[in-house]
Design a protein. Structure first.
Length: 114
C-alpha cells in the first residue's frame, strides 16, 4: 500500500508495522475488518440516547481498537471524549463527537478504497 494511503487515513505506519510484526498484509486484513465493527454506531446511539454509561463503554472500546490499528488521529480525538464520559460530562462528549465522526467516516471511506 502506498504511503499516501496511510497518511490520508492518519495511520501511524511505523507503529502499525511494529504491532503487526512488519506484516503489512496482516495489518491490512485487520484494517478491512474495522468497518464491520459496531462500536462506533453504539457510541453514536448512546450519545444520542444520553446514555453516559453505554457511551463510555463504546468510546473506551473504540479507543482501544483505534490504538491497536494505529489510527492515530481517531485515537487522539477519542481520548478526551472517553475522559469526558468517564467523568460523566455527557455534554462535553457530545460536543466533541462531530469531529470524531468526521474522522471515522474518512477512515471508513478510505478502507473501502482498498
Amino acid at each position: 500500500m502506498k504511503a499516501e494511503f496511510y497518511h490520508t487515513l492518519h495511520i501511524d505506519y511505523q507503529d502499525a508495522m511494529h504491532r503487526f510484526f512488519n506484516n503489512e498484509s496482516l495489518f491490512l486484513d485487520m484494517l478491512k475488518l474495522f468497518p464491520g465493527d459496531p462500536t462506533f454506531n453504539e457510541l453514536e446511539k448512546a450519545l444520542s440516547d444520553n446514555d453516559v454509561e453505554a457511551a463510555f463503554m463504546a468510546a473506551h472500546t473504540l479507543k482501544s481498537v483505534s490504538a491497536n490499528l494505529s489510527l492515530k488521529r481517531l485515537y487522539e480525538l477519542n481520548f478526551p471524549l472517553v475522559e469526558d464520559l468517564r467523568s460523566g460530562d455527557l455534554k462535553a462528549a457530545q460536543k466533541r463527537f462531530p469531529e470524531l465522526k468526521k474522522e471515522y467516516h474518512l477512515i471508513i471511506n478510505g478502507i473501502h478504497q482498498i
